[in-house]
Design a protein. Structure first.
Length: 217
């Protein structure tokens, strides 16, 4: 009799745990009127942005390596589809989008990109630009989108729906700051076990940006 009571009690506790876990996992998802408000806030704040200057820290986690690859750099953005991603320190590499053209500079050599050889940086450029102009929030053709409200940020979960992108990216997370609604962090989960996390720091908004930064020589 005692054993049966213990088994029933254990089963009851297990069921309660499952319900509690389910409530915790789903309780932070944003929907309905709250989602409309969040989207409008992001669009309204980002519509005011003409330029961005953002130092960043990039952490690359690779399944084949025990230690993470950490890099630092600076990003420049001008609203007319101009984007520069530059690593500082030991890693000498620059990626530039100027209109509809892409360029890289590695070890002093400039190359125009017409294929997917700089795929990660092209994707980062698209993410930053589309998050600012609001396209990322409505792009149901490329992503299945969920919004989560956590203690520090509004997290937008982007799951690719196109097979071409699914081949190399399984999920993207955009962390929007709750105060200024700028993207504070990007996490890119590749189709394998590799992940790239980019944390933006000391963001400067609508400061002058020299146009020569987008002309690699």
């Amino acid at each position: 009799m005692i054993n049966r009571t213990k088994k029933k009690l254990s089963f009851l506790i297990f069921i309660l745990f499952l319900f509690a876990a389910a409530a915790q996992n789903n309780g932070n998802l944003i929907s309905g009127a709250d989602l409309v408000t969040i989207k409008n806030n992001i669009k309204d704040k980002n519509a005011q942005i003409q330029t961005l200057i953002c130092p960043f820290v990039q952490t690359k986690k690779m399944a084949v390596l025990k230690e993470n690859d950490v890099s630092k750099g600076i990003m420049y953005f001008v609203k007319s589809n101009q984007f520069r991603w530059e690593y500082t320190g030991d890693k000498s590499f620059i990626f530039v989008q100027n209109g509809d053209k892409y360029f890289t500079k590695l070890d002093g050599k400039v190359r125009e990109i017409k294929d997917n050889s700089a795929r990660l940086f092209q994707e980062i450029s698209k993410l930053v630009i589309s998050s600012i102009n609001g396209d990322i929030l409505e792009n149901t053709k490329k992503f299945k989108t969920e919004y989560e409200d956590n203690s520090n940020a509004i997290v937008v979960h982007l799951t690719p729906v196109q097979k071409a992108m699914q081949n190399y990216i399984s999920k993207i997370k955009l962390y929007f700051n709750k105060t200024n609604y700028l993207v504070a962090k990007i996490e890119i989960y590749e189709s394998g076990e590799d992940t790239t996390s980019i944390q933006f720091e000391n963001v400067k908004v609508n400061q002058p940006v020299n146009q020569t930064l987008f002309e690699l020589k």
